[in-house]
Ligand binder design. Structure first.
Ligand code: MN
Length: 147
C-alpha cells in the first residue's frame, strides 16, 4: 500500500474499493463501505468509511466489540440503547460493548462516517423478538428503529 492515497471528490479514496456494507442478510438499506485501513503494518485495527444515502440505515445490532466513530459528511442520527442523538460533521460517537446501535441518514442528507474497530472482533447479534418488544415499549426508540 502506498504511503499516501489521496481523497477524491464524492468521498472516495485512491486505490480503495467501494464495497457492500455487509455480505449477510441482516437488514439495512442504502449503505456502502470503504475499508480505508486494514490493519496496516501490524496495527490491530481497521478504519472503515460508511456512507448512508438519504433515508437509509445501518443494521440494528449489538456485539462485544466497541466502535469509535467520527462523522465526516451530512447529517443523521444514531440510536444507542434507549437514546437517540443528532449527528453532524466531526461529532464523535463511542458505541460501548453490547449497546444496541443503529445509524440513520436524514431523508435529505448523504451521511458518512469513519468507524474504528479491532481487527479481531465478534459477530454482531440481531435483536430477538423479546429485544424488539423492549425497544418498542419506548416511544422514542420505537419510532426510530428500522428493521
Ligand atoms: Mn456495529
Amino acid at each position: 500500500m502506498k504511503a499516501v492515497r489521496n481523497w477524491q471528490e464524492g468521498f472516495r479514496w485512491d486505490e480503495t474499493e467501494l464495497l457492500a456494507y455487509k455480505s449477510d442478510a441482516a437488514h439495512f438499506e442504502n449503505i456502502t463501505r470503504q475499508l480505508l485501513f486494514n490493519a496496516p503494518h501490524g496495527l490491530s485495527t481497521q478504519l472503515r468509511y460508511f456512507e448512508i444515502s438519504p433515508g437509509g440505515f445501518s443494521t440494528l445490532e449489538k456485539h462485544a466489540h466497541p466502535h469509535a466513530v467520527v462523522v465526516l459528511r451530512g447529517t443523521g442520527r444514531v440510536l444507542i440503547n434507549s437514546e437517540i442523538h443528532d449527528l453532524a460533521p466531526f461529532d464523535l460517537v463511542t458505541v460501548a460493548p453490547w449497546a444496541w446501535h443503529q445509524f440513520r441518514a436524514e431523508d435529505t442528507s448523504t451521511f458518512g462516517f469513519l468507524c474504528l474497530v479491532n481487527i479481531q472482533r465478534d459477530q454482531p447479534v440481531l435483536p430477538s423478538e423479546d429485544d424488539l418488544a423492549k425497544l418498542r415499549r419506548n416511544s422514542l426508540t420505537s419510532s426510530f428503529i428500522k428493521l
